[in-house]
Design a binder for this molecule. Structure first.
Ligand code: GCO
Ligand code: MG
Length: 405
């Protein structure tokens, strides 16, 4: 007789930042974990799982991964959206984890096996001033990274998202019951960005891959100008230039620049990006295992993208837990058109709470050969870090109007 799911648990822990983890246990005692973290909306997805999904899982055959995905997606009248898709993603990853443990095989072997020996990673570097930014990027290269995202301060502003003035790592969310407020001025940014990034390119030479993230804050015309101005810098990509809802914006940007474009960390399903892919308006799709319905759905997105020579580059900030990060590394090992995986890195406490088989070495990621996803949860340690509200900041332009994410 096939195995059955007998219990479900949703565990929220905050070892430096909040994570939501789904734990499924089968009658045979096999445990699978899935990540359901939605930065700043953790309790909403935990409730979706506890109140609306967990009761449907009891008694199910855990090997029916695709059927369970279809049941949770098509069976719910209210489809898509970040909370629903993160919840489905958590179930999907937990089921793949159980499947791998049942068969004694690492996830990437179940996804068709390795198509590469190692997965290229990129990380973040930032500094307020340009000389310090050049050093920060160089320091990342010395740590072995071959691809680095560079973010900088803007003269005239006092704050810029992702650029902390006195910290080596930045954490996207800040503690508290309401978002912090930052400043934003597209004109000041556009005046400064080409000079800052050109200085970094001069400093590091031609080989290091450089990336930059505009965090959805430009109009199509501003984005097109920026893309053009950055062509001599030879970026690996320019990310999230315009708000994700207005997809036609990218047509205008595309028509005016050969700078490669990446978008999609806020996309939840193939329906959010199919026009971008089929219209060949982007070069990289950044959807993540956790936010785009798990391994099963991200794989479908990648298959569509493959037809149009659009490559995958999954989101991997600190707010993607080591569980779905691990699943992403397995997928990156097995999916031919994944180009690169973002690896922001984790606080030491996070590595302790989520012991994992995946590893980083010399600019690359390795999934490891533990069965399933190969990431555990130390529940005793996790319970020492209770949920602590934290939010992404919001930004206002200099006249006080709220700007886009
Ligand atoms: C990235 C991102 C992050 C996000 C954050 C939101 O490219 O890694 O843009 O910094 O803003 O993950 O939760
Ligand atoms: Mg980004």
């Amino acid at each position: 007789m096939s195995d059955r799911i007998v219990s479900t648990d949703v565990i929220i822990t905050s070892p430096g930042r909040n994570y939501v983890t789904l734990k499924l246990t089968t009658a045979d005692g096999i445990v699978g974990y899935g990540d359901a973290t939605v930065n700043g909306r953790e309790l909403a997805v935990a409730s979706y799982l506890r109140d609306h999904v967990a009761p449907l899982l009891i008694g199910r055959d855990p090997s029916r991964i695709e059927d369970t995905w279809q049941y949770l997606y098509r069976g719910a009248y209210w489809r898509r959206g970040p909370i629903t898709m993160a919840a489905i993603g958590a179930v999907d990853v937990a089921l793949w984890d159980i499947h791998g443990k049942t068969l004694g095989a690492p996830l990437y072997k179940l996804l068709g096996g390795a198509v590469r020996d190692r997965l290229l990673a990129y990380t973040h570097a930032f500094a307020w001033e340009t000389p310090a930014l050049c050093e920060a990027v160089e320091a990342r290269r010395e740590q072995g990274f071959r691809a680095v995202r560079a973010q900088f301060g803007v003269p005239g502003l006092t704050t810029v998202y992702g650029v902390h003035k006195d910290a080596e790592q930045y954490e996207p969310a800040t503690r508290g019951v309401a978002p912090a407020e930052e400043e934003w001025d597209p004109a000041a940014y556009l005046r400064h960005a080409p000079t800052a990034l050109a200085a970094v390119r001069d400093h590091v030479g031609p080989e290091l891959e450089l990336l930059h993230d505009a965090h959805h804050r430009l109009t199509p015309q501003q984005a097109a100008r920026l893309g053009q101005a950055l062509e001599p810098v030879d970026l690996y990509w320019l990310e999230d230039v315009t708000p994700a809802e207005n997809q036609d914006a990218l047509r205008l940007v595309r028509e005016h620049t050969t700078t490669p474009l990446a978008i999609g960390e806020v996309f939840n399903s193939v329906y959010d990006l199919h026009h971008l892919v089929t219209g060949q308006l982007i070069d990289f799709v950044r959807a993540a295992v956790v936010h785009a319905g798990g391994v099963s759905h991200l794989r479908k997105i990648l298959h569509l993208a493959e037809v149009y020579q659009v490559r995958g580059a999954p989101h991997g900030p600190s707010d993607v837990s080591p569980v779905s990060f691990g699943a992403s590394v397995h997928l990156g090992m097995a999916a031919h058109n994944i180009a690169i995986q973002e690896y922001m890195g984790y606080d030491e406490r996070v590595h302790e709470v989520f012991p994992h088989a995946w590893s980083y070495r010399d600019g690359h990621l390795y999934p490891g050969d533990a069965p399933g996803v190969g990431v555990d949860l130390d529940e005793r340690l996790a319970s020492k870090y209770p949920y602590d509200p934290a939010y992404l900041p919001v930004a206002r332009r200099l006249d006080g109007t709220l700007t886009d994410w």
